[in-house]
Ligand binder design. Structure first.
Ligand SMILES: [Zn+2]
Length: 109
């Protein structure tokens, strides 16, 4: 049996547990989102924002804006968020408790 033909099974394999489909569109193509703070200094040139994002991410100094949640990539529906304002993005990404909670919230909506 090829589990990759079944989106529900594939999501279960990717996330290590059963995942609920998107309540809006029924897709299993969900993805964790952890937006980081980028101090723009009034400089909105896209290439500068991108390079600042890359520098912050590489240096391990990226700080989360706050909401961490699963997003549906098919319809862009956001699941309920965990507030992680001020936490380091690197630390949050490695936090299994946070990841479990984000998945629990997605499945509870
Ligand atoms: Zn959706």
């Amino acid at each position: 049996m090829d589990i990759f033909r079944d989106p529900a099974k594939r999501a279960e394999w990717v996330y290590g547990q059963k995942m609920s489909p998107c309540p809006k569109c029924g897709s299993y193509d969900m993805f964790p989102q952890m937006p980081i703070v980028i101090n723009r200094d009034g400089d909105e040139a896209p290439e500068n924002v991108v390079s600042r994002w890359a520098k912050l991410t590489a240096s391990g100094e990226a700080v989360l804006q706050g909401p961490c949640y699963y997003m549906c990539r098919s319809c862009l529906h956001n699941g309920p968020a965990v507030n992680c304002a001020g936490r380091s993005a690197e630390e949050a990404r490695k936090d299994p408790e946070l990841n479990r909670e984000m998945k629990r919230l997605w499945n509870s909506q």
